[in-house]
Design a protein around this ligand. Structure first.
Ligand SMILES: Cc1ncc(COP(=O)(O)O)c(C=O)c1O
Length: 397
């Protein structure tokens, strides 16, 4: 055995243009090198308060219980479901991709009767179909919807869905893992009851924390539960005691990760949320123009396209995985393959957080031109770069 673990890990310098994690700014990495202090140290409480305040800004909410869970996005999915749902409750989960499917699985495991509303992968949720389900099933407690379906690159518009769900006296749960910080997201104005995200996408931190926010209706439902939350770790009432003035120990906070999130949120505040969302829109427009100039299709319909993630269709005769391998090996660029039924048919190109930079769009497009051309696909060299350049200029006009 060659015991490579005895040597220091030599990090490759990747450009992370996949579905997450996104690249992390050196300032954020640097914040993680600060000495660890205790999770009950008053100075750490200040860090927690600042992170809470900045997260409330990012979610556009006054919800007190707005905090990062010690988990990735999936943990926050679990937390939302197990805290709201009890045995025998009815929940509708809107499923138009892989993460809606995961949410439905977690809701079912939480003991709820789980009604699935399907929409084709690549399309948003159909509000008329949701209305039909809400009329068909009485006493639905919650409707879960993925705002930005990272598996398909589709953004489902939320405001009308939320109004409809509330008119049936149900709560609205929103997965904002890929939208928060990359698209407009307004917890209070849109009247969302419970939402969560993840640190590693448009928020610009490494993976490991999952911000969650709980509105007044959801708080009330949680306060009036008749059964215990089956998860100790994700019991939001207990976690709230640690994040509130009580500061009661619940579990040991991931201190260095919280430093990182604080720094990445601070960078968001410096940039301004609107500017940041605009930056995501601008680079996405350049990417789309570039891939279209190469002659590649984009899976999602124009009016429902996600900015942080573009699903690029693999042309006939091209080996999806081989292109990704070449991007990684020869250009240090990571993009993602597709999940579930889209596997092998789509590349998922992410421009999230620190990765959402114009230079990354040009690096990706020129690498794709070379790789595809070597694979026998006819490419007009430079055309995609010119198209991207034009899109950037027209975006500002
Ligand atoms: C929309 C969405 N929800 C949930 C998740 C799960 O998050 P994680 O992988 O951080 O557990 C992801 C991850 O990509 C996602 O894109």
């Amino acid at each position: 055995m060659n015991q490579t673990y005895l040597e220091e890990f030599k990090n490759p310098e990747r450009i992370l243009l996949g579905a997450g994690p996104s690249s992390v700014h050196p300032r954020v990495l640097q914040a993680m090198t600060k000495p660890v202090i205790g999770h009950l140290d008053p100075d750490f409480f200040q860090v927690m308060d600042e992170v809470g305040e900045m997260l409330r800004n990012v979610f556009h909410t006054n919800n007190f219980m707005t905090a990062p869970l010690s988990s990735t996005g999936t943990g926050a999915m679990e937390a939302a479901c197990v805290n709201i749902l009890e045995d025998g409750d009815k929940v509708i989960i809107c499923r138009n991709g892989y993460f809606g499917d995961r949410l439905s699985d977690i809701a079912r495991r939480s003991g709820a009767e789980t009604i699935i509303l399907d929409a084709p992968w690549g399309k948003p949720i159909d509000i008329n179909a949701l209305e039909h389900e809400l009329k068909k099933h009485e006493n639905v407690k919650m409707v879960g919807v993925v705002h930005a379906e990272t598996s398909t690159g589709v953004l489902t518009p939320l405001t009308e869905i939320i109004e409809l769900v509330h008119s049936h006296n149900a709560l609205v749960l929103v997965d904002a893992v890929t939208s928060l910080g990359g698209h407009d997201f307004r917890m209070d104005d849109w009247d969302i009851d419970i939402a969560y995200s993840a640190s590693q996408k448009c928020l610009g931190s490494p993976p490991g924390l999952a911000p969650i926010t709980i509105g007044p209706r959801a708080e009330e439902v949680i306060n009036n539960r008749t059964s215990d939350v089956q998860s100790f770790y994700f019991n939001l009432k207990d976690l709230e005691t640690y994040w509130s003035q009580t500061r009661a120990y619940h579990h040991t906070s991931p201190i260095s990760m919280t430093y990182a999130l604080r720094e990445s949120l601070r960078m968001m505040m410096e940039e301004g949320l609107e500017n940041r969302i605009n930056r995501h829109a601008k680079v996405a427009s350049a990417l789309r123009a570039g891939v279209s100039a190469i002659g590649l299709d984009i899976l999602s319909d124009e009016e429902y396209r996600l900015n942080p993630l573009t699903p690029v269709c693999v042309p006939d005769g091209i080996d999806e995985a081989d292109v990704r391998r070449q991007l990684l090996q020869d250009y240090n660029i990571e993009v993602s393959g597709a999940l579930g039924e889209l596997r092998g048919k789509v590349w998922r190109v992410g421009l999230m957080g620190e990765s959402a930079r114009e230079t990354n769009v040009f690096a990706f497009l020129s690498a794709m031109e070379s790789i595809l051309s070597k694979s026998g696909y006819e490419v007009a060299y430079g055309a995609s770069l010119a198209a991207a350049q034009r899109a950037l200029i027209t975006f500002d006009e």
